[in-house]
Design a protein around this ligand. Structure first.
Ligand code: FMN
Length: 214
């Protein structure tokens, strides 16, 4: 089984809880004989998706010379799609920032969210997911509390990831660990984080077990 880990935070794990989750998950999988690839959205050269991409598609079609940004975009999109295609399980480690995901993770999604690749439309205009053979795991941290009915609709990180990868792509979300409230409740901070990291470790073990069974 091929596991792609999409790391979406470049803050150090001494400060960032989602980076801590990434490190705990990876440490737990060490020596498990899995084929793990990390795609670090902050290490990749990923220009923003926009008209440059469409210009690049047109130029490739007409065999015209690409500008620097056009060729960087095409290469980055291809790399993201190849990494995604090769994966059986995709693990996302990401923070909630400003109610949503970091822009670098959004750009990765912009690269792989494509008609004919991750979804298509049926004859009646119905959406057909194309990634139904893949599984996803979400590891997320958020300083406030968004699991209450009042706050849940404001949350656009985990909700968004569900809509994209579960809804549009049709992937099975096999596991999810959310550490929340450690900023809102400073007196419980250490306890919340320690408990969450234990859940991350358990998630890594579930993945390792899954791999062995398949
Ligand atoms: C740039 C930035 C924006 C943030 N925005 C929010 C927010 O909108 N709501 C919230 O509850 N916490 C917010 N936080 C706190 C994070 O959710 C918290 O630090 C959590 O652990 C995830 O980020 P981290 O992995 O970088 O620590 C923000 C933190 C940063 C650094």
């Amino acid at each position: 089984m091929n596991v792609l880990v999409v790391k979406a935070n470049n803050r150090p794990s001494t400060e960032a809880i989602s980076s801590k989750m990434y490190e705990a998950f990876m440490a737990e999988l060490e020596g498990k004989n899995l084929n793990i690839t990390t795609y670090d959205v902050y290490e990749e050269d990923t220009p923003f998706f926009g008209q440059d991409m469409f210009n690049a598609f047109g130029k490739v079609e007409n065999d015209e010379e690409l500008t620097d940004v056009e060729s960087r975009l095409l290469a980055a999109k291809q790399k993201a799609m190849d990494a995604f295609s090769a994966a059986d399980v995709v693990v996302f480690t990401f923070p909630l920032w400003n109610l949503t995901i970091p822009a670098k993770l959004q750009t990765f999604i912009d690269y792989v969210y494509a008609a004919g690749f991750s979804f298509k439309y049926g004859a009646e205009g119905n959406l057909i997911p194309l990634m139904t053979d893949k599984k996803a795991i979400f590891l997320n941290a958020r300083g406030g509390v968004y699991s209450t009915p009042e706050a849940a609709p404001m949350e656009m990180a985990v909700n968004y990831m569900h809509n994209v990868f579960g809804g549009i792509f049709g992937m099975e979300i096999i596991d999810e660990v959310i550490i929340e409230g450690h900023n809102a409740m400073p007196d419980k901070r250490d306890e919340i984080i320690a408990k969450g990291i234990e859940e991350v470790k358990a998630s890594a073990h579930r993945l390792a077990d899954l791999t062995i069974k398949v």
